[in-house]
Write a protein that binds this ligand. Sequence first.
Ligand SMILES: *[C@@H]1O[C@H](CO)[C@@H](O)[C@H](O)[C@H]1NC(C)=O
Ligand SMILES: *[C@@H]1O[C@H](CO)[C@@H](O)[C@H](O)[C@H]1NC(C)=O
Length: 291
Amino acid sequence: MASSQALFLAVFISAIAFYSRSADANFGQSMYFNWGSQHSWMGNYGNDLQLVLDRTSGSGVQTKNAYLFGSIEMLIKLVPGNSAGTVTAYYLSSTGNKHDEIDFEFLGNSSGQPYIIHTNIFTLGIGNREQQFHPWFDPTADFHNYTIHWNPTAVVWYIDSLPILVFKNYQSEGIPYPNEQGMKVYSSLWNADNWATRGGLVKINWKSAPFIARYRNFRARACTWYGSFSISQCASWTPANWYTSPTYSQLSYGKQGQMKWVRDNYMIYDYCKDTKRFHGQMPPECYKPQY
Ligand SMILES: *[C@@H]1O[C@H](CO)[C@@H](O)[C@H](O)[C@H]1NC(C)=O
Ligand SMILES: *[C@@H]1O[C@H](CO)[C@@H](O)[C@H](O)[C@H]1NC(C)=O
């Protein structure tokens, strides 16, 4: 082999060793149980998952890989009936005391009462950015598509392709943005009856156990992260519905309209409106456009 070819090959191989854009296909290939595997279930060739909570424990899964940017999708059918006190969590997180985290959490409720869809984002270990919604559908009657789009310009939370929340990159203005730490994807079902339902007033009714959350079609169209690579290598990743160029990216007008509809009609808590909590000193991103 000519030495230039050998050099090319060596560079090429080292490049793919640190970075690969992948579509991790399903739960079976991409995830493993980190908790409660004895009573949980993965099947249908790794496409379907059930997390279970009973008196003995909850359960959870996590991805083998960490990712830096991408589109993480899963279809979830939440615990039906009396799910008060249960929380189904679905989030991305890095590790360490300055971790980044992007959250979806579903707080159960008594039969016939609405779930709360709870969101948050941590950057460099700091969260306190809760926003909450009531679903505009029964999340226990069928599977719904919960997707987190995360690219260098923004993070967008989608439900059935409707954006509900955007966190834009205002790092140049001193607001930390998650773009340096790879995050794994986690999901779990657990007992949070000390806080979840009506602030902890409603306890789990164990007569309704086992509680089961059902999942389908996990897909990570994402950049796999092996501990180091420059952001620019992944910056060309453009999830659907984004106009992406190095300096500009935002939701289409249609998507902005959908997000406004959700937020006007179904949002029940927004940290950016909670002036009491922040003593009037609102977090800086609250003054910036988020769409
Ligand atoms: C889930 O929603 C995302 C975001 O809108 C979309 O790109 C994806 O195709 C949807 N997946 C399924 C299985 O519906
Ligand atoms: C449960 O239902 C009550 C009454 O409708 C509602 O106020 C609350 O937001 C619901 N969700 C949770 C998780 O408490």
